[in-house]
Design a protein around this ligand. Sequence first.
Ligand code: FDA
Length: 506
Amino acid sequence: VYNSFLKCFSEKTKSPQSQITDNVFSQSNPSFSSVLRAYIRNARFNTSSTPKPTIIITPRSESHVSAAVTCSKTLNFLLKIRSGGHDYDGLSYISDKPFFILDLSNIRDVSVDIASNSAWISAGATLGEVYYRIWEKSKVHGFPAGVCPTVGVGGHLSGGGYGNMLRKFGLSVDYVEDAKIVDVNGRVLDRKAMGEDLFWAITGGGGGSYGVVLGYKVKLVPVPSIVTVFRVEQYMDSGAVDMVYKWQSVGPKTDRNLFMRMLIQPVTRKKVKTVRASVVALFLGRADEVVALLRKEFPELGLKKENCSEMTWFQSALWWDNRVNATQVDPKVFLDRNLDTASFGKRKSDYVATAIPRKGIESLFKKMIELGKIGLVFNPYGGKMAEVAVNATPFPHRNKLFKIQYSVNWKENSAEIEKGYLNQAKVLYSFMTGFVSKNPRSAYFNYRDVDIGVNDHGVNSYKEGEVYGRKYFGENFDRLVKIKTAVDPGNFFRNEQSIPTLKNAK
Ligand code: FDA
């Protein structure tokens, strides 16, 4: 297979085989394992029993990507596309069928143009690189995307993308002006050439169903020269229930310059099992202003000026990445890709449209103490989010109060321990049923969760796709299916949760 692939790849790229062997790795290549592991970001899928690709291709140019698509199709191999490798369930680098990995980590240029207020960001760049390159050119421009600097542009933007400026600016995809994709026939298409339907699909509908995204042209947003961050914690026996309850009516409604994330975690404190609720916030303004605002709107938080730190927007990104001394840190840390570092983890998601009653919060805390490890993250919506039409992009959850992320990480490499934590996630998800969106119960596509359905791409492909597809995309699923059927009728670009074609629709 390797030799046939190399021959095909060499013919298509018109390069001698000797020049391309550095970018095509068979399992017998001594670098195979390190190339594979570099962007595995969940240790659950980094074990000896995890299925391995037959070949890994690490293209360095558009023509390499184009040849990789055409040659994989010719050899009839499934192609898994990986940019930053942060897929929570590993769909960019595992499969139970024979497969190749197309790893875009070398397609990583970021070019920022302050004069036109825009940037081209390549699929294999990380968000940390994007923020750093903006910071190099301007201290009053930013981009609304995720808070983890090693997340890849390719998966993040094709699946929506949100961060701590979402109430002010909306999603990352609300700022995409152009894109480049390699389609199933190996053609490189920009927005004009791909047409508005396909462009719409790859701004939130997940790139991996339609082609290989090479990069996006995005609009930058204005940020103040000084912003404020703070973190306030309370425990169950000292105000956490009131704080979480009240947060539901303040977080999604307050000034859109303020994003207050709520983290809820069972902990042991002074030998007693309890729950800690923490508000972690970014305010696009000064400390005095946010303290005065929250004294009025949210006294249960008890925010004081000494809880707040003022800094530049770029430093706030470092602070959100758990660097408490953000103003002292070398900005270059955001260029560090932290290769081959991962803990074990599982994520799930839900949306809340109506506030959870106080008694519900109390019972939730009790349940979390009983389970022991799994935590929740509430991300407030409102502001700009609620002003964008639900079909403007494939992301449909614009009008919700907040999103819930279920989150559990662990360090032990043990099947027994893993089973226990995965079960905690399932039990808490089931416990939340009465409090979250229904018909369909919704989920955020970028928080990949195979528990909500997978696709075997056999005769029931459409039906299987509809199960997870409606949860991720609501009514936008139908348009995504039509686009998929038009651009990739043979379903070459597929994975366990890709958009199915209409061929098998009943
Ligand atoms: P990865 O390479 O694993 O790809 C993810 C999916 O996209 C796969 O299905 C893959 O095939 C497909 N894909 C990737 N590149 C493609 C390309 N070039 N063309 C076509 N398809 C492509 N989300 C968020 O919105 N806000 C946040 O703050 C965070 N924070 C966060 C922190 C951490 C630690 C993790 C692990 C994840 C997040 N996420 C997140 C979720 C994140 O947005 C999501 O996992 C993205 O899909 C990751 O993109 P990568 O390119 O890194 O992943």
